[in-house]
Design a protein around this ligand. Structure first.
Ligand code: AMP
Length: 447
């Protein structure tokens, strides 16, 4: 559905001048015709988060690089955008929101508040990734974090919130879920996996990247999306075989809650989400096509439990769970189905003809805007015909027209755009008249 107020922007047909500067690789413009999809999805995200008792937080886009060195899910430093800051500090363009939120939790002493602390945030993240469809170097995420909660209910709540969010937006998806257990379990599993690849010459079949991780970061092998590595994995031992009783019980409880809530999921024994700060539960939301086939390469969201992360960043031991939804992928998935909400306030268009009328219109425009009317104008256009075309394009309910004669008579013309009926009003009565004809924002408008 096109944006009501902005024509779709077409790429210029003619070749641009050689001097024109293009955006950098991996960066994306969200042009006006697309912007309302993003703002609608962000608005829905924020109201959903509030309904689930999350509080909004905004943290800096640039953080101390140390924060991500201690905790990054990004094995490859090349993926991170480092920055030189003052006093020899190393900054970083955040590749995820979670660490900044946790830094703020520690720095602002949120541990003193009743726990858990539920926080949400929406904002850009930066990763110098290999370019692929649906993979940008700057993208926007919507994060939900439940900090200070060790019970499996936390995972169930996060998954329910995201499930309902995607359902409301009519995105087709599948939840993939697994348990990574605790560190001991992963060590035992890494050994089993290493033995598995040593047997029957399997290691020689791995992709070059996985060969590099062999023996060092075995869990990372599970995250590889290369066809050949995926095939080998199908026969590999599963992490579930190494779970402690505590982890097994925790995971069983998460699944039980999901069953109770009628939330379908797919137990995926090889889901690991990179070698990262996660323990126990991890999950992803994979988009599915009309045939129900899931695409693991373009996950809409991902998250899990990170019980040791707050401590590793300098806080107290604080069990926590988080989830991140990628807005670009979500918008591109649901764009065709998303019904943009109608602008609630009906449009009043203010047209003018002549210098005196222009000045008077400027003053009236401010007055009407402050009174809460959705008033639009095209002050830079002199032709009345063009202004009326603009009013039609904006689907104005009423047009107000001020010409030389009206300025002299202290009147104004009011045209009902649907019927075409026009009437002349005393200028000072215009606000009262509009109040009866169009709806407007209630309350005081500042600025
Ligand atoms: P991650 O923290 O990598 O699991 O990211 C969470 C979500 O953000 C993913 O499920 C994607 O929807 C989205 N996302 C991650 N990386 C990118 C990227 N490079 N470009 C666009 N979206 C991304």
């Amino acid at each position: 559905m096109p944006n009501r107020n902005m024509p779709a922007f077409k790429k210029p047909v003619e070749k641009r001048s050689a001097k024109a500067i293009d955006r950098l690789l991996g960066m994306k413009d969200i042009v006006p015709s697309e912007f309302r999809y993003f703002s609608t999805v962000s608005d829905k995200a924020a109201s959903l988060a509030e309904l689930y008792s999350f509080n909004a937080i905004k943290t800096p886009v640039i953080e101390n690089a140390e924060l991500y060195k201690r905790s990054s899910r990004h094995n490859n430093d090349k993926e991170l955008y480092g920055l030189d800051c003052e006093k020899g500090e190393n900054g970083i363009l955040r590749p995820e929101l979670t660490q900044g939120i946790l830094r703020a939790y520690i720095e602002n002493n949120f541990a003193e508040l009743p726990q858990p602390v539920r926080l949400y945030s929406i904002g850009p993240v930066f990763r110098r990734e290999k370019m692929q469809t649906g993979r940008y170097r700057e993208s926007n995420q919507f994060n939900l974090e439940i900090i200070g909660e060790n019970k499996p209910m936390a995972e169930a709540l996060l998954l329910a919130a995201a499930y309902n969010f995607f359902q409301d937006l009519q995105a087709n998806f599948q939840i993939q879920i697994n348990s990574l257990g605790k560190i001991d379990c992963r060590k035992e599993y890494a050994g089993k996996l290493n033995n598995f690849y040593k047997e029957r010459g399997r290691r020689s079949k791995l992709c070059n990247n996985c060969k590099k991780y062999l023996g060092k970061n075995m869990i990372a092998l599970l995250d590889c999306k290369e066809e050949v590595c995926q095939q080998l994995l199908a026969e590999a031992p599963q992490i579930a075989d190494c779970l402690s009783d505590e982890s097994r019980e925790h995971f069983a409880k998460v699944l039980e809650y999901l069953d109770e809530l009628n939330i379908p999921y797919n137990f995926n024994p090889y889901l690991v989400r990179g070698l990262s700060y996660y323990n126990d539960t991890v999950f992803e939301f994979w988009p599915t096509n009309d045939e129900g086939i899931a695409n693991s390469k373009l996950a809409l969201a991902g998250g899990g439990r990170y019980d040791n992360l707050v401590e590793s960043l300098g806080g107290r031991p604080t069990p926590s769970v988080g989830l991140a939804i990628g807005l670009e992928r979500l918008v591109s998935k649901i764009k065709d189905k998303l019904i943009l909400p109608d602008l609630k306030e009906e449009v009043v268009f203010l047209a003018q003809l002549g210098d005196q009328a222009k000045i008077k219109s400027l003053i009236l425009f401010e007055e009407l805007r402050r009174a809460g009317f959705n008033v639009r104008q095209s002050f830079s256009t002199d032709s009345l015909k063009n202004q009326m075309e603009e009013a039609s394009r904006l689907k104005a309910k009423i047009s107000l027209i001020l010409g030389k004669k009206e300025v002299m008579d202290e009147t104004i013309l009011l045209r009902d755009m649907e019927s075409g009926v026009q009437e002349t009003l005393a200028f000072k009565k215009v606000k009262d008249k509009l109040e009866k004809k169009v709806n407007r924002k209630e309350g005081v408008i500042y600025g």
